[in-house]
Design a binder for this molecule. Structure first.
Ligand SMILES: [Zn+2]
Length: 89
């Protein structure tokens, strides 16, 4: 697992296209889900890289690695996470 710390790093991961990106939304209680899983190649990564707000993001080489990490997390609000409908990770 790699913590994605900057929009530039996120753009590089998107351009490389390998692996999976989890967008952690637990700090934003207004979202209906606590996080979203994407393929690194998903165009949503570019939107995240150019957006005005930055949330915690984690990159994983394999889907299983991502799921193992996700399943160890808890959302204080009891929300679910979801897979991106666009890229179907
Ligand atoms: Zn996606």
């Amino acid at each position: 697992m790699v913590v994605v710390q900057t929009p530039h790093q996120l753009t590089d991961l998107h351009n490389t296209g390998a692996g999976f990106l989890f967008n952690d939304l637990r700090k934003i209680v207004s979202y209906r889900v606590w996080g979203t899983l994407h393929r690194a190649s998903c165009r949503h990564l570019l939107k995240m890289a150019t957006g005005s707000s930055w949330t915690d993001k984690y990159w994983f080489l394999t889907r299983q690695e991502a799921l193992d990490w996700i399943n160890r997390q808890n959302d204080p609000e009891g929300r679910q996470w979801r897979s991106c409908k666009k890229c179907s990770p």
